[in-house]
Design a protein around this ligand. Structure first.
Ligand SMILES: [Zn+2]
Length: 72
């Protein structure tokens, strides 16, 4: 799959445990995008997607960042 943030080749870690996409990218790290945020997230430009991921990382602390509708 392609990374939803930067478009690089990435690993799809999506499982039934999370309602959305889970991605591991060499550049962006591991992150999740909630189903409810996915369409809006993919419509953002590159800089805005990176900013959203940074915001999710800040909110997640040591855990896996999750891009949720409230974050966009
Ligand atoms: Zn990436």
């Amino acid at each position: 799959m392609q990374c939803s943030v930067c478009g690089a080749e990435a690993e799809d870690l999506t499982s039934g445990e999370f309602d959305g996409l889970v991605v591991r990218c060499k550049r962006c790290g591991e992150y999740a995008v909630a189903d409810g945020a996915l369409n809006d997230f993919l419509r953002l430009d590159y800089d805005a997607r990176v900013a959203a991921l940074e915001k999710a990382k800040g909110a997640a602390g040591a855990g896996r960042p999750e891009i949720t509708p409230g974050l966009l």
